[in-house]
Design a protein around this ligand. Structure first.
Ligand code: AMP
Length: 408
């Protein structure tokens, strides 16, 4: 899959202007950063570039910028302040409505080796998300080397991760990946392309339609595919059972049948729930108390009830499969984990992953939130920082943000 990419360890940035694309897309409330994990995660690459004597020019997007009003609330200025504190050295904010306009150019011009500046939100330029040439060229014009450390946007081809890399390559300048990106490639790439076996993949979450390609790709790569969460009930229907009011995508029943046949042909196991926790009414709000949760055999889901978590026998079955695995990849909760009554299945699976010696990889999004919420984050080998990007990785797709980096 062409994942042998050059990293910051493979280039010498002494005296060079290094443009480093980070993921500083942090939550901001009234200009205050409410979760700085993404800033902390970016530090190793930034410190390495400083230590090597680069002129470090950081850039990132922040949220969606659609109106002029958005530009007031989506400025990266607060990030520069907090980054300065975290790094223990000034990160100068290059305020500039054009991102790379006169102000930013002057700031770059004034840099000394080891200095750090942060450009304004890349989405202040409308061309950014269209990978437009003018902005890519502007970015390339202030850089002698490019480092991409933003996995969360790797599935998108934008100016600040793909266009700029292509412009620089055309000029014979390096475009490499940072440590965070390298870690994602090492874990997700290796798990999917050359897993230590047995390789167990666990899929959950709401919609089967969102994960059709993931099911198909993982079925080819893994030894056992576990399917829980709302998406499992289209498979249960394909097995010929009633699913009551559970989540169901009628248009995908045939697809699920094909996948089960394919598994049989390939000699792979698909594990589906054998029992479920059902409720009469969807909780509102989502964490409202539930007093009628009932566990039923998967063949006996009543017409008027909705299966919202895997039952204890399924949780046990799934946990047992995890025990003998050497590699586990998990994407999507086993039930409505936002409600404590319906979080048990997800928790049991998370604990099974926490206890195994296998390489355990959490594919971002809700499963990452669930694992962290349960305090088991540090028991996993790797928690991906990109929800959409990690799903596309698991689909076997090439991610433009990774592809754009130089091969070793
Ligand atoms: P996804 O974004 O596809 O990973 O789906 C995550 C969402 O699926 C979470 O908000 C869960 O509450 C929801 N979910 C998981 N299992 C079920 C289920 N059995 N019924 C309804 N929603 C579910």
């Amino acid at each position: 899959m062409g994942l042998n990419k050059k990293s910051v360890d493979d280039i010498n940035v002494k005296g060079l202007r290094v443009l480093c694309r980070c993921d500083f897309n942090v939550p901001l409330v009234n200009g205050k950063i409410t979760d700085e994990n993404r800033l902390v995660a970016a530090l190793p690459t930034i410190k390495k570039l400083i230590a090597d004597g680069g002129k470090v020019i950081l850039c990132s997007h922040l949220g969606k910028v659609k109106t002029e009003e958005d530009k007031k609330t989506k400025t990266l200025a607060p990030v520069a302040v907090r980054l300065s504190e975290l790094l223990g050295q000034e990160v100068k904010f290059a305020a500039d409505a054009e991102v790379v306009g006169a102000n930013a150019r002057a700031a770059v011009e004034a840099m000394k080796d080891g200095d750090v500046i942060l450009l304004e939100n890349t989405r202040f330029r409308a061309e950014e998300t269209k990978n437009g040439e003018a902005f890519s060229k502007d970015l390339a014009s202030i850089a002698d080397a490019f480092v991409n450390d933003a996995f969360g946007t790797a599935h998108r081809a934008h100016c600040s991760n793909v266009g700029v890399a292509e412009c620089l390559r055309a000029e014979g300048k390096p475009a490499v990946v940072g440590y965070l990106m390298q870690k994602e490639i090492d874990f997700l790439g290796k798990a999917v392309e050359e897993p230590v076996r047995p390789f167990v993949a666990i899929l959950g979450g709401a919609k089967v339609a969102d994960k059709l390609n993931v099911v198909e790709n993982l079925l080819e790569k893994c030894d056992t595919l576990i399917i829980g969460g709302g998406m499992a009930y289209t498979f249960v229907k394909a097995q010929g059972y009633n699913v009551g009011n559970s989540l169901l995508d009628e248009s995908k029943v045939e697809y699920c049948k094909e996948m089960m046949e394919k598994a049989e042909k390939l000699g792979k196991k698909i594990l589906l729930p054998v029992d479920s926790v059902t409720i009469a009414h969807f909780p509102d709000p989502i964490d409202a108390p539930i007093d009628d949760a009932t566990t039923v055999d998967i063949k006996e889901i009543p017409d008027d009830r909705e299966a919202c978590d895997i039952g204890p026998a399924s949780a046990e079955l799934f946990a047992e499969a995890v025990k003998s695995a050497k590699t586990v990849v998990w994407n999507g909760p086993m039930g409505l984990f936002e409600n404590p009554t319906l979080a048990v299945g997800t928790k049991t699976v998370a604990e099974a992953l926490a206890q195994t010696d296998a390489t355990t990889i959490i594919g971002g999004g809700d499963s990452a939130a669930a694992v962290n919420q349960m305090g088991l984050g540090d028991k996993m080998s790797h928690i991906s920082t990109g929800g959409g990007a990690s799903l596309e990785f698991l689909e076997g797709k090439k991610l433009p943000g990774i592809e754009a980096a130089d091969e070793k």
